[in-house]
Every structure is written in C-alpha cells, then in structure tokens.
Design a protein. Structure first.
Length: 478
C-alpha cells in the first residue's frame, strides 16, 4: 500500500478518535484495517462480523465524513470481515500503530499457515446463505458469550467444534446441547457457525428445525440422489437449532438419512433442543439413539454471578452508543438477583433502563429499576423434572430398584410405586401418555392412564398416600 495512503489513513484515524472519543475509538475502531483505496471508495476490514455490522449501523456516516475531509470525492465505504488468519499474517505496514493489534486474541485461534489467502467471513457466510442456512444474528458470537458454571462444558465443546479443521478426528458426534428457554443455546450454535465459517476451512450450515423441514428437506427431495450427496458433501458441519420442533415421519426419515450420511463420513453435527434426546417425543428410536450416542450436554439455569456478568456486558455494549448511560452496581445486583428467569429477560431489562434513561434523561436508580422491570420478575420457575429423576426417587423411597419399575413384574410391592411414578411423570412433566408408557418399559398409554386415574382416586381418600405423593413431589421439585 502506498505510503501516502497509509499517512492518509493515519490522519483519518486521528480525526475519528477526536470525533468519537478515546473509549469508543478503542472499542470499535482500533482493529479496523485499511485494505484498499480508490478515487470513489475506501475498503476497510474488521476482525468480526459483529464489529462490521455495529460500525455500519452506528458509525458509517462519521467514518465516511472523516475520509471525505481527506478525499472529498469519496462517496462510499466498504467493510469486510477478515479471517483470524490475519492475526498472525505478516503486518502489512510496519509503521501501523500497535494499537491496531491490541485486543486481538493471542491464543492462536484460527491460526493458519502464514501465506494462505484469507477467506473473508462474508464469502463464508455467503456460502452459508447459498446452502440455504437460516439467518444469523451478528451479536451472537463467542466474544459476547459469558461463561459460568452452568455452561462451561457446553461452551468448551462448542469451541472445540467451531475450531475443528477439515480432516481432524471428530471428537463427539453429534454434539447435542439442551437447556430451557433463553439459556444460550442459539447463542452458542450461532457462535459455532460464525467462528467455523470465519476460519474458512470448513463450511458450517446453521438451520432451525423449521428451516430444515421446509427448506432443506424439500430442496433435497427435488434433487436426484446424486445431487443430494453432492449437497451433503459441501457441508462440513451441520448445526440444527430447536430440534424439538422437528416433526413428521418423512422429515424424520430425511433427518435420519442426513444424520447418518454426515456422521458416517466423519462430518460434524451439532444439535440444540429444549430437552434431552430421551425426552424428544415422536422421534424414531434409531434417531434417538444416534443422537444420544455423541456428547449430550445440558446447560443449567444461569446462576446469579453469570446473570450479573451478562448484565454488565450488555451495559458495556449499550454504553458504546450512549456513553452517558450508567447503571449503578446496586441496580445491577438487584437485577441479577431478581430476574432469574432467562437471558432474554436480562437483555430486556437493560433495554428498558436504557430507553427510560435516554428518553426521559433521568438517571438510573434502584427505584426506577424496580418500577421498570416489575413484570420481568417472575416467581421461581419450577425445576425441570425428568422422568429418570422420578423413577430414581420413587424407587429409592419404596425400596425397589429402577429396573423393577420398568419391568413387567406385577407384585403389589412394585405395582403401587410404578403407578405413583407414572402419576408423577404425568403431573410434573409435559410428557404425553404414550411417551411416559414408552419410558416405563414400553407400556401402552392406556396403562399409564389407568395408573394416573388410580392414584388420583387414591390420594382423595388415603391421607397417608396423599402425604407420600406430596413429599415425593417436593423432593423432585427442590
Ligand atoms: P435459547 O436459544 O437457549 O432459548 P438464546 O441463545 O436465544 O437462548 O439466549 C437468550 C438471550 O440471552 C440472548 O440475548 C443471549 O445472547 C443471552 N444469553 C444467554 N446465555 C448467555 C451467556 N452465557 N452469555 C451471554 N449472553 C447470554
Ligand atoms: Mg433458541
């Protein structure tokens, strides 16, 4: 790059720093590189897609303005995402200020042989789009994902998958992540997709189950068997979100087919759902066992500490755009303590405080926070009870084994506990009667219904049994 272009770029950066202030500059612009300059357009690159979209939506005008003071004929700026490979590529301009490197991760992620041409994440995501992938939210990256006790394992597995190379041994396949609503499944899956594609070695395709059903499967159906294989060959990592919505016999058959084809040829599959594979109703047993055969990780609810960290990171992001926005520590602690439900409500809370603060000009106080987020504070969610837990607790309480409960034995000392367990499964989980029957040694749904009615009738007149059932419920829900 010509020397005068670099000098020009240096002046533009100084101007930018003066207009937006040091903090904003360091957060958003320190890692912008100049790629190319011509008479009408300037082409710059940034390391993440998030940065690209942030700068485009919030600072495009100002950046262009700063450039136009140098070159009045410029009428357009172009931003692209460079790959992590660039972080160790030879520095293009030895005189470039070192701040440009500040904040780059030094962990060698995505390091490739120095000379390899960088593939921009844009082209990678274009590939993702061309394959019919679902849209990605640029904010959902590993950088913005906060790690805590409940998600350490899921995060580590996700990172491992995202950073895998073509030809690497696949460690766990499929990677199956399950958690309740708003606990970060989509965030992790999109981070995998984004990072995987940005590294540029593998094609990662992210699909919601819905997209899989109505886009992918129907597209595959119109192709020949050969074309189908070709399409699959183009995908290194298939990521499917909200697997619990995958329904219908023919969809499942296609899914099973796809899953087998990918796994058998060493391709990675990642799946998220709101429940473990064993609880996915209406799923073919072969698919279920294939799903359970990889690594199944649960993400628990967000602990208070994690909630506090997520809130802090949301405030930090908001402050870049509204530097005067300030949420005092006691307010953050209050929110982290009371909004226990999920990540979406945490985000919602910060958005409301921000809106209130910027629209009314009033500072954020504890009192205002209490008023603004009142409806987000819900009573503690009842714990997700699992059928296995019910079987385990009931078996222990009645001193029988879990396999007794699942067996066909009909002696009185097993029949009653089995009925109680089925009753609890019906009342404490959302599972259907056929599903419960299946989980109790492959029984018919009418057997389950009979057990449920039986126990309902008994607790009405047998106070001792009623107490017993109450106690079991409490044990399971605490
Ligand atoms: P799910 O897909 O499990 O329902 P999402 O991934 O959509 O949940 O998360 C809901 C919201 O909470 C998103 O805004 C997400 O960014 C945020 N969130 C959840 N967990 C985390 C985390 N560990 N770090 C940062 N943000 C999180
Ligand atoms: Mg989701």
């Amino acid at each position: 790059m010509a020397k005068n272009e670099q000098e020009c770029w240096a002046r533009v950066k100084d101007r930018l720093r003066t207009t937006v202030g040091d903090d904003v500059y360091n957060s958003w612009f320190a890692r912008v590189d100049l790629e190319q300059l011509n008479s009408e357009a300037v082409h710059m690159s940034v390391p993440t897609r998030f940065l690209k979209s942030w700068i485009q939506t919030h600072y495009a005008e100002r950046v262009l303005g700063c450039w136009q003071e140098e070159l009045p004929n410029l009428n357009r700026i172009e931003l692209t995402v460079r790959t992590p490979a660039r972080s160790i590529a030879p520095v293009k301009d030895a005189k470039a200020p070192t701040e440009e490197r500040r904040g780059e991760r030094g962990d060698g992620r995505g390091v490739q042989e120095g000379g390899r041409a960088p593939i921009s994440a844009m082209s990678a995501s274009a590939g993702h789009d061309a394959l019919g992938g679902s849209p990605l939210d640029p904010r959902l990256t590993f950088e913005t994902f906060v790690i805590g006790r409940s998600n350490t394992l899921a995060h580590a597995a996700a990172r491992q998958v995202a950073e895998g190379r073509r030809g690497d041994t696949v460690m766990f396949n499929p990677l199956y992540i399950h958690a309740g609503v708003g606990l970060g499944k989509t965030h992790l899956l999109q981070a995998i997709t984004f990072t995987g594609n940005a590294i540029g070695q593998r094609k990662v395709l992210y699909l919601t189950a819905e997209k899989f059903m109505y886009g992918f499967v129907s597209a595959l159906k119109t192709q020949t068997a050969l074309a189908f294989k070709e399409t699959l060959r183009a995908i290194d990592v298939l990521v499917i979100d909200d697997m619990q919505f995958l329904q219908g016999k023919s969809t499942q058959a296609e899914f099973c087919h796809t899953l087998n084809a990918l796994i058998d040829s060493g391709r990675q599959v990642v799946i998220a759902a709101d429940r473990p594979p064993s609880d996915l109703e209406s799923l073919d047993d072969r698919v279920r066992s294939r799903l359970a055969g990889g690594l199944v990780v649960e993400m628990g609810s967000l602990g208070e500490e994690l909630r506090l960290e997520i809130l802090k990171s949301r405030v930090a992001v908001a402050r870049h755009l509204h530097p005067s926005f300030d949420v005092p520590a006691p307010v953050l602690e209050y929110l982290a303590r009371t909004i226990t439900h999920n990540g979406r409500d945490l985000e919602g809370a910060i958005n409301r405080l921000l809106a209130h603060n910027t629209l009314s000009g009033h500072a954020v106080t504890l009192e205002m926070a209490e008023r603004e987020v009142r409806d987000l504070i819900r009573p503690q969610e009842p714990r997700r009870v699992k059928i296995e837990d019910i079987q385990r607790v009931v078996a222990r309480q009645y001193n029988v084994s879990r396999s007794d409960l699942l067996s066909s034995r009909r002696t009185a000392n097993v029949v009653r506990p089995r009925q109680v367990a089925m009753y609890l499964a019906k009342t404490l989980t959302l599972r259907s009667l056929p599903e419960i029957g299946r989980r109790f040694g492959g029984r018919d749904h009418t057997t389950v219904l009979h057990a449920v009615r039986k126990i309902e009738a008994l607790v009405g007149r047998d106070a001792a049994l009623a107490d017993e059932v109450e106690l079991l419920k409490r044990m399971l829900q605490e």
